[in-house]
Design a protein around this ligand. Structure first.
Ligand code: SF4
Length: 761
């Protein structure tokens, strides 16, 4: 079987087992799975100790998603995927020198992502010398000196790229950006470039802040919740509790998604059994199976109908917004035929949605990648803003905009300075706190940094967490680009493919995890994170680190700072007591005043958010802005389909916990192509047939082999396949306008029988 450049080989198709799609999310199976993962990876004691502390006020923040914690916490404040994330990080198994002695990089490349991740925690620093076949041990001092001398030998600071994954704490991220800016560059790409960058750009332009405008408490006061292009059952599971509680208070829920996800059908909270409550709760009142890329057309249809019903908040529009006139005439000129064709939704259902919106006094709109990872990602999110502005649903209890972040601190990292294109006002404030001059030239985001590598313009790539290769698009091109870099440094907890597709010299630096104790000279330290709703709170691990060869992220960055720019900050005190870092942050960042005092409050503190707090808008006009966008071109030529990448219920971003997407009934294999049964028969395909996929973009083609076809409830000519395996089909150049986010939810493809495609190559 021919292997792809990143070494992946299609898993054995015979291992694929199909079962019925689930109608209820969570329940007892979730509790059992949580315990299984825990005990299998951590043993009983670590499982009990960690799961009793995750998301507790004096505990550690779940290393999974960024869904907020309720003020009143239950004893078990986690979901199934949160338990998996904890077990995955706190597992006892180690990946140490003898492991790397046993396996060469080439041998590891042939292993699946699932296998790599299940080997354990990286226990000590490792180096892969140029042309070496195996990683070998290196001590911390030598490793950090190697990085410092390589950076100092670069002929321009712009030849360094410093990537951040959303699990990095506020303290580590703040020191990291300070170090990088002290080196003279803003090359600070991060994982949000690939996910909610479109949300940040869309919201900043229209309401003056790049964040959502709701509190968790608002879900208890809302009477209509729209969940658009999001699968909370898998990616933000505790959101289902908030949706259930809202339902019990009479709210209506509309799910807008090409796939009828189990997590929005019915939900059973595992802890309800303890009170004898065995009934599950229906969540979505209406599932709207919009075509991939059809959301903008659907939203225009709903707003057009609302206008004709006169169901708009004229007072709010007159006093709080601008450009309503242009917006209104834009809608008037939009014809219904295109709306129905592009959305794939009949007029009756659009009117039904509009009526539910018209009846609502307090609407919350939630979204995720299903909107952000499109060419028109920024525009379609601004259509969501338009819809809520029409009804005055901003700055009102139970109402607002709610982009739900994927990574536990991705929003926090951006807030504290992980930003390749910072505004002048942000840099000016930062300079006040840091007391040294900061570079103004904007840096590379993720896609630009890959292009820079392709052009041989990058000598050093440092990744603070994450799995750069697997998270990014166009895997073969990205892999080749990374291999041009002189030195790649992965600051990691677990083994992944980015350790195997690397620069000429590669370093792996293992760090203390979120679940673990972080002891420095002044004693035990806590770090802080910011959740999706702008709450900054503490996180303090309670488990003994799995190895004494680890370093904390803040200490690692500070030690590099001592080597590279010793005079810009008192790095030593930053290591000794993280309060020193927070003291600087309180002077350098708006909203962080008295940081150390406020973050010690049990539930932390809320960052300012003018639209939410006082219905005010920090836009040039001090008004929220309606916008007008033309609909995207969603036409497909004869033999083409549109593919979207999705996550299974047994993974978290690029981390594969297991091979059981139990809600969708897919087990044992991930190289699965979800296809509409009518399309299958039209193309003469049967369940388990194998096809090759070719993506088409501006005359270029990308191939991906050996996908197993399974019938699934998805609109005609729409397909879905798992991320990151399908990333090799996403063109690097195919990005969203303004945000430059890869269009992983819109990939134009054709299917070929393996035999035919071998001739094609
Ligand atoms: S909802 Fe997200 S943050 Fe909460 S426990 Fe689950 S994975 Fe963790």
């Amino acid at each position: 079987m021919k292997k792809s450049v990143d070494g992946r080989t299609p898993l054995d198709s015979n291992r694929l087992r199909l079962s019925k799609v689930k109608s209820t999310a969570a329940g007892v199976p979730a509790a059992i799975s949580s315990m299984n993962h825990g005990i299998r990876k951590m043993g009983v004691t670590r499982t009990v100790r960690s799961l009793l502390m995750v998301n507790q006020k004096d505990g550690f923040d779940c290393p999974g998603c960024a869904w907020p914690d309720p003020d009143h916490r239950t004893s078990f404040e986690f979901c199934q995927n949160g338990a998996k994330a904890v077990a995955d990080e706190a597992m006892k198994a180690n990946v140490n020198a003898s492991f790397f002695e046993k396996y060469s990089v080439d041998e590891l490349l042939k292993k699946s992502d699932y296998w790599l991740n299940s080997q354990g925690r990286i226990a000590q620093p490792m180096i892969l010398e140029p042309n070496a076949s195996h990683y070998t041990p290196i001590d911390w001092d030598a490793a950090l000196r190697h990085i410092a001398s390589t950076i100092q030998s670069m002929h321009s600071p712009e030849r360094g790229v410093y990537y951040t994954s959303g699990r990095t704490s506020n303290e580590a991220a703040f020191l990291y950006q300070a170090l990088v800016r002290a080196l003279g560059t803003n090359n600070l790409p991060d994982c949000s470039n690939m996910c909610h960058e479109s949300s940040g750009k869309a919201l900043t332009q229209t309401i003056g802040i790049g964040k959502g405008t709701v509190h968790l408490e608002d879900f208890n006061h809302s009477d209509l919740i729209l969940v658009i292009g999001q699968n909370p059952g898998t990616n933000h599971p505790r959101m289902l509790t908030a949706l259930r509680d809202a339902k019990k208070k009479g709210a209506k829920i509309i799910s807008i998604n090409p796939l009828p996800e189990t997590g929005l059908k019915r939900f059973k909270h595992p802890q309800d059994y303890m009170t004898g409550d065995v009934k599950s709760t229906q969540l979505a009142d209406l599932h709207v199976p919009v075509r991939i890329g059809g959301d903008a057309a659907l939203l225009k249809g709903v707003m057009k109908q609302l206008l004709s019903l006169g169901a708009i908040d004229r007072d709010f529009i007159a006093t709080k917004t601008e450009a309503f006139g242009e917006f209104e005439s834009g809608l008037a000129s939009q014809d219904w035929q295109q709306i129905v064709h592009d959305s794939g939704i009949e007029r009756e259902m659009i009117n039904e949605i509009a009526q539910m919106c018209a009846d609502s006094r307090a609407t919350i709109a939630c979204w995720a990648m299903g909107l952000t990872q499109h060419k028109n990602g920024v525009a379609v999110i601004q259509e969501v803003v338009n819809l809520l502005l029409m009804g005055g649903h901003i700055g009102r209890p139970g109402a607002g905009l709610c982009p739900v972040r994927g990574h536990s601190n991705v929003q926090g990292d951006r807030t504290v300075g992980i930003w390749e294109a910072p505004s002048e006002s942000f840099l000016a404030k930062l300079e006040q706190g840091l007391q040294f001059e900061l570079p103004r030239k904007h840096g590379y985001d993720v896609v630009h940094s890959i292009h820079a590598m392709e052009n041989g313009d990058v000598d050093v790539l440092i990744c603070m967490g994450g799995n750069f290769l697997s998270a990014t698009p166009d895997t073969p091109s990205t892999a080749k680009a990374i291999q041009t870099v002189g030195l790649t440094v992965q600051i990691s907890t677990k083994l992944n493919r980015s350790h195997l597709v690397k620069g000429k010299t590669a370093l792996i630096l293992p760090v203390i995890g979120r679940t673990e104790l972080d002891i420095q000279s002044s004693g035990g330290q806590f770090v802080t994170v910011e959740n999706s709703m702008g709450v900054v709170h503490r996180s303090k691990g309670n488990l003994k680190p799995v190895s004494n060869g680890l370093m904390s992220e803040p200490a690692l960055v500070a030690q590099l700072g001592q080597l590279l720019c010793p005079d810009v900050l008192d790095w030593a005190s930053c290591i000794g007591n993280y309060d020193s870092i927070r003291d600087i942050m309180s002077k350098a960042l708006n909203g962080f005043e008295n940081y150390n005092e406020r973050v010690r409050k049990p539930s932390g503190f809320l960052l300012p958010n003018p639209p939410r707090d006082s219905c005010e808008f920090s836009t040039p006009s001090s008004k929220a802005s309606f916008t007008v966008h033309s609909l995207p071109d969603v036409t497909l030529s004869e033999d083409r389909f549109v593919l979207m990448t999705i996550r299974s219920h047994d993974q978290y971003n690029t981390t594969i916990y297991g091979l059981h997407d139990r809600y969708r009934g897919i087990h044992g294999n991930r190289r699965v192509l979800f296809m509409n049964a009518l399309d299958m028969s039209e193309y003469g395909l049967k369940t388990r047939d194998i096809v090759d996929i070719t993506s088409h973009f501006l005359g270029t083609k990308r191939h991906s082999k050996q996908w197993i076809v399974v019938p699934y409830e998805i609109p005609r000519r729409n397909l879905a396949a798992y991320f990151p395996e399908a990333n090799e089909l996403v063109p690097l150049e195919s990005t969203a306008t303004i945000s430059n986010t890869p269009t992983s939810k819109w990939i134009e493809v054709s299917l070929t029988n393996p035999v035919d495609s071998s001739e094609e190559e």
